[in-house]
Design a protein around this ligand. Structure first.
Ligand code: PEP
Ligand code: MG
Length: 591
């Protein structure tokens, strides 16, 4: 008698980026990547594949029209006419029919077919000795990229179409994809790409959804409907878990629940060491939906409001009034505790729909964050006005991201003063004394902290980027994740330097990068003199637990040892030993 085939358990280890255990059927989302992954399709799937292509063409057509209109308004008709050539490509029936024919003939999904046909056309044109025609090759490549992006953008739609509670499995998820997750349906997610400080991971923590990233090929291993178990703290994933595994995790979940319950009793207790040293814990938020969690988890105020998330996963970008309302909501919800609104950190992986994806070889070193804002003063001033208007609630503070030289701070402050003058003329109230800070997340800024200090009131150490840029390790790339070392001596020395400079200049320094949320590293940061820690609300109880079990004198001793050390591994070990001796329970619920 034929036996039903039972799929056996597969265990995979990735990077746990958001704690918690989830056991659900998985929902596989099609790859969100600009590389075309080839997939065979059956004859029945042909109409669906053609429909995907045609929808992507329509979306591309509309986007080009929209951009053309915007360019005409800002730069004039002459510049906008470049897009006529793009329109010709997207509407070219011969090109479209060629792609459709190849899908039917080769029985493969549209992405690789599109790339193949487009490259053939572009190569043909680039060889023609007519400069007009050879330039059209570039148009074909540009438009193809846009169509590919629209095909990938379906991830977002697929996310919205999820009906049943599930664990989402994807090759990668963009911050926009995760911004639109419905927590009632998406009970966890796992991806091939990503690392602990990638923006997708940050969103998982914000949503308090267990997540494991950097699994390399999980999207090729599972099929939709397979049962999957994820352990977000340890970074483990089990597909088709055995009965024994399920039982083991039922017990583990119970234990974790008890620890979490115990930690929740700290909510109203001060974040104070045993010897009376206070280290305020504020929250990092991305979405307004998180506001309630801030106080509920025992954080006080917001140390980092990543406002760019207001621009992601939405059809139309928020205008001044809409932004103002969001900032006021945040300010009121935390009053009188402070709310630090970070100006837009857009660019690289955080591109809103409708924004041109600039053709940059190294987008994380490119036109992003403060650079993007300074080169688009209208966009920036709209936000500055909204923040200033919200500053009538006096707990509102503001800071600039990705500062790499003092001129950027000065230029941003100049635009801010212009906005103040405009608002005054319009009779709109704001706080003249609003505290302005800057993120220190680029090594050059850390090293000239003394030169930047006179222009701001506080520093916020963005260790996620600081480590990435200091060590030349892409924070989102799982292939080099082993080289990303928060305890590297260069990082410890930079933090030490920035804190000392800030205190010498009468400023305070917060850490809002992931280092502040790693219980092992909290004593080190405190010992280095960091004044405030800003973490995802869900991690605040664990961090408060560590602070309350720590002696400040031990933290200072640890920092001294670390500063005198010469290896990241040694510092890591010192940090681990201290946490193991004072708060071993937190190691149960974090990686
Ligand atoms: C950082 O870089 O550490 C930071 C807090 O900013 P983000 O993670 O948003 O880049
Ligand atoms: Mg950053």
């Amino acid at each position: 008698m034929a036996e039903a085939r039972v799929k056996s358990e597969i265990a995979l280890k990735g990077v746990g980026v958001s704690p918690g255990i989830a056991v659900f059927k998985c929902q596989l989302l099609s790859p969100h990547t600009d590389k075309a992954i080839q997939r065979s399709i059956s004859a029945d799937e042909i109409p669906n594949e053609i429909a995907r292509f045609e929808e992507a063409l329509i979306a591309t057509h509309d986007q080009i029209k929209h951009i053309q209109k915007q360019v005409a308004e800002v730069l004039g008709d002459e510049h906008a006419s470049i897009f006529d050539a793009h329109m010709l490509v997207v509407d070219d029936r011969t090109f479209i029919e060629d792609v459709i024919r190849a899908i039917k003939r080769d029985l493969i999904n549209v992405e690789p077919v599109l790339l193949l046909v487009a490259n053939r056309y572009a190569d043909m044109l680039s060889k023609v000795e007519d400069s007009y025609l050879s330039e059209r090759a570039a148009d074909i490549r540009d438009v193809t990229k846009r169509i590919m992006a629209n095909l990938a953008g379906e991830t977002l739609d697929q996310m919205k179409q999820i009906k049943e509670p599930c664990v989402v499995v994807a090759h990668d998820l963009s911050p926009s994809d995760t911004a639109s997750i419905d927590k009632a349906k998406v009970k966890g997610f796992v991806t091939d790409l990503g690392s602990s400080t990638s923006h997708t991971s940050i969103m998982a923590k914000a949503l308090e959804v267990p997540a494991v990233v950097g699994l390399h090929n999980i999207s090729a291993v599972v099929s939709s409907g397979d049962l999957i178990l994820i352990d977000g703290a340890k970074g483990l994933v089990f597909t088709n878990p055995s009965e024994e595994r399920l039982e083991e995790y039922r017990k583990r979940e119970e234990e974790q629940k008890l620890i979490t319950q115990e930690l929740s009793t700290l909510r109203d207790k001060p974040p104070q060491t045993r010897d009376g040293y206070l280290v305020p814990i504020t929250a990092n938020i991305e979405l307004l939906e998180e506001l309630d969690a801030v106080g509920a988890r025992g954080a006080k105020g917001i140390g980092l409001f990543r406002t760019e998330f207001l621009f992601l996963g939405v059809e139309t970008l928020p205008d001044e009034d809409q932004q103002f309302e969001s900032y006021v909501r945040a300010a009121k919800s935390q009053h009188p505790s402070p709310v630090v609104i970070r100006t837009l950190d857009l660019g690289a992986d955080k591109l809103p729909s409708g924004f041109e994806n600039p053709d940059e070889l190294n987008p994380f070193l490119g036109d992003r964050a403060i650079r993007l804002c300074l080169s688009r003063p209208e966009l920036f001033k709209t936000q500055l006005r909204a923040i200033l208007r919200a500053s009538v609630h006096e707990n509102v503070r503001m800071m600039y991201p990705m500062i790499s030289c003092v001129q950027e701070v000065m230029d941003a402050n100049t635009l801010l003063r212009q906005c103040m003058i405009e608002l005054s003329k319009e009779g709109i109230p704001f706080n003249q004394e609003i505290e302005i800070g800057t993120m220190i997340e680029v090594p050059s800024a850390a090293l000239i902290a003394d030169i930047i200090a006179p222009h701001v009131s506080f520093f916020s150490l963005g260790t996620n980027d600081l480590i990435q840029y200091t060590m030349a390790v892409d924070r989102g790339n799982e292939n080099v994740a082993h080289l990303y070392k928060p305890t590297h001596m260069a990082i410890i020395r930079l933090i030490d330097h920035v804190v000392k400079v800030s205190h010498k200049n009468g400023l305070w320094t917060c850490v809002c990068g992931q280092m502040a949320a790693d219980p092992r590293l909290v004593p080190l940061l405190i010992g280095l003199g960091v004044d405030e820690l800003s973490v995802s609300p869900s991690l605040a109880p664990m961090i408060k637990d560590v602070i309350r079990k720590l002696y400040y004198s031990d933290a200072v001793e640890l920092a001294q040892k670390a500063l005198n050390s010469s290896s990241a591994e040694h510092v890591e070990q010192l940090c681990h030993e201290l946490i193991e001796s004072i708060a071993p329970e937190v190691l149960e619920i974090s990686e």
